[in-house]
Design a protein around this ligand. Structure first.
Ligand code: ARG
Length: 581
């Protein structure tokens, strides 16, 4: 998509070039003082610095060139050399009338690693942020023309697997998997259900914490699993299958999907050859019985421990599978960019992995980037918990938000005459919007307090408010059609319409900035401002009751455009607009 500011930048760039200056100085952005101008170009200041000239004099020359273009209603210079620009209504109308084009494929591949739940452990709100932010990023990058491959990267190969296996051995509930003489095939039916796992894992983990001998058992089971002991592998496959069914259900209720359901285990066979290669090239070395890869650099301000690849007991670690996953991705997708959407507390881990991978040249052409995020807290400022003080499961959180959404609908007098099924479906859509918008509207690196009551309101900067705004426009358009009025091409006749058009035309800027900063909150701000501009327009004008047919068609055209942009923007946030509310 070429945005309006991109076109304006090109025009200003040509003016700079005509003055013998770099056209890059022509960058135009939406004005940060909308009361003074629609757009601004600050390039004269930088150009003057580079050319050791007077900024005001340069600005005047550029302004003189731009003034000759009839599309500008105003070109003036402020302060030391800022160029303020307004377009004519005719130029804005022409831009609105131009067909909207989707972003062209940019020929680049981004791999987005997000979600990252762990097999056999219930998914909790800690994984919620990764899922919501990662899903928004995959939709955003796709909309902007990237080839996107998303990977859930399950935690399915670590100590928790050995903890479970040893727990089942101790309980003696599935002896066949531990019988060394048994030659298979192993039963198809899983010896454990998801509910069993939810009970088994915390029990095993607590036992391992309390007793070093018990932990040792779990460690050994982990190594044997990784080494390929058939009974352990068979049992492990059941854990993964059972977990995946549960996870798939939760992710689909959240409206989140992945292209790949890979995990730490997927790269197991790549680990041995990778380690051989790292050793052969002198990159990995022995340290206290463990194999490590040093990653410290001379100019490090803080200590940078080496990345641990193989423990002295032979077990591989989180960092080892992450390294082998870099190898696999370079081989399979050869991405230009890999985004790891993971809690910012894992920053140190990713710094080690990225350094090690880059040092060994495992990442191909890919830039590896950790997209960190802060914590979702409860009203007490501590990580969000259930009322009883336990870790909140995602499933329960959604259920809670659905209950809240229903009471909000009732409060607003909405949905009373709908069937129970429809009301339930709408409440679900509102609940998802509540959770996602709450999560995405703050900058991802800040911790935030999840206040269900506030975030589910139909007023203020919330998901449900934006859904409601879109639903109202839908119903205006539906009513218009039923009265035989068809939306026309929008044209500006008032300040409110001009503001609304300017906002509509800055969609491309919002999409670009959100991508560049990996910042969904920019899209939340955009959607909210658009809704506010729409309400101002709606309050000031007749639409259906407008008697001038041309005006009515133009305003309906604006409504249709706002609806399309609003629905599209909410879509990138992963939020659906109900048919009615
Ligand atoms: N399973 C991990 C966790 O729960 C997150 C995985 C993130 N992705 C990665 N490639 N390390 O913390």
């Amino acid at each position: 998509m070429t945005s309006l500011t991109m076109d304006l930048s090109r025009m200003a760039g040509e003016a700079f070039a005509a003055e013998g200056l770099d056209s890059a100085f022509g960058m135009v952005q939406v004005s940060d003082r909308p009361d003074l101008a629609q757009f601004q170009c600050n390039g004269a200041l930088a150009a003057a610095k580079a050319a050791k000239a007077n900024p005001r004099a340069i600005a005047e020359k550029i302004a003189a060139r731009l003034k000759s273009d009839p599309r500008f209603a105003k070109v003036n210079i402020a302060g030391p050399g800022f160029i303020n620009l307004d377009l004519t209504d005719a130029a804005l109308n022409a831009r609105m009338a131009a067909p909207e084009e989707a972003a062209k494929p940019n020929g680049q591949t981004v791999l987005i690693d997000f979600g990252g739940p762990n097999v056999a452990k219930p998914m909790h709100v800690g994984h919620l942020r990764s899922s919501v932010i990662g899903d928004c990023l995959q939709r955003l990058f796709r909309a902007n023309g990237w080839h996107v491959v998303s990977d859930i990267h399950l935690g399915d190969w670590g100590l928790q697997m050995g903890q479970l296996i040893s727990e089942i051995e101790i309980r003696g509930t599935a002896p066949i998997y531990f019988d060394a003489a048994f030659k298979g095939p192993y039963p198809e039916q899983s010896p454990v259900t998801m509910e069993d796992l939810e009970e088994l894992y915390p029990a095993a983990s607590a036992a391992c914490k309390a007793d070093p001998a018990r932990l040792d058992l779990a460690r050994r089971a982990t190594v044997e699993l990784q080494d390929g002991r058939p009974g352990y592998r068979a049992l492990w496959r059941h854990f993964v299958k059972v977990s995946e069914v549960g996870l798939e259900r939760e992710f689909s209720s959240l409206g989140v999907s992945f292209d790949l359901w890979k995990g730490e285990s997927s790269v197991h066979d790549l680990i041995a050859p990778m380690l051989e290669d790292l050793k052969a090239r002198g990159l990995a070395e022995m340290n206290d019985g463990a194999l490590v890869i040093p990653v410290a650099r001379e100019d490090d301000k803080k200590p940078m421990p080496p990345l641990l690849l193989v423990k002295s007991d032979g077990g591989v670690l989180y960092g080892t599978t992450d390294m082998a996953t870099v190898v696999e991705r370079t081989h399979e997708q050869n991405p230009d960019l890999v985004l790891y959407v993971v809690d910012h507390r894992q920053h140190g881990h990713f710094e080690q992995v990225f350094r090690a991978a880059e040092k060994a040249g495992l990442n191909g052409k890919a830039h590896l980037e950790h997209v960190g995020y802060g914590t979702m807290n409860g009203a007490d400022g501590k990580p969000f918990k259930t009322r009883a003080g336990g870790v909140m499961k995602l499933y329960d959180l959604i259920a809670m938000a659905v209950v809240e959404a229903k009471s909000r609908l009732a409060e607003q007098g909405l949905g009373g005459d709908y069937s129970d099924d429809e009301r339930e479906a709408i409440a679900r859509q509102i609940a998802i919007a509540t959770i996602k918008f709450a999560d995405l509207s703050n900058h991802r690196t800040t911790d935030y307090i999840f206040d269900l009551e506030r975030f589910s309101k139909f007023e203020g900067k919330t998901g449900p408010y934006l859904q409601y705004a879109a639903v109202r426009i839908q119903s205006i358009l539906r009513k218009a059609l039923s009265e035989g009025h068809v939306p026309g091409t929008p044209a500006i006749h008032s300040p409110e319409e001009r503001d609304l058009v300017l906002e509509l035309l800055s969609l491309g800027d919002a999409l670009g900035a959100a991508e560049q900063k990996r910042a969904p909150n920019i899209l939340c701000d955009y959607a909210f401002t658009l809704a506010q501009n729409f309400s101002r327009f709606y309050a000031a004008h007749h639409i259906l009751s407008e008697s001038d047919a041309a005006l009515r068609a133009s305003r309906l055209g604006l409504c249709a455009r706002v609806l399309a942009v609003m629905t599209g923007t909410l879509g990138i946030l992963g939020i659906a607009v109900p048919e009615r509310m």
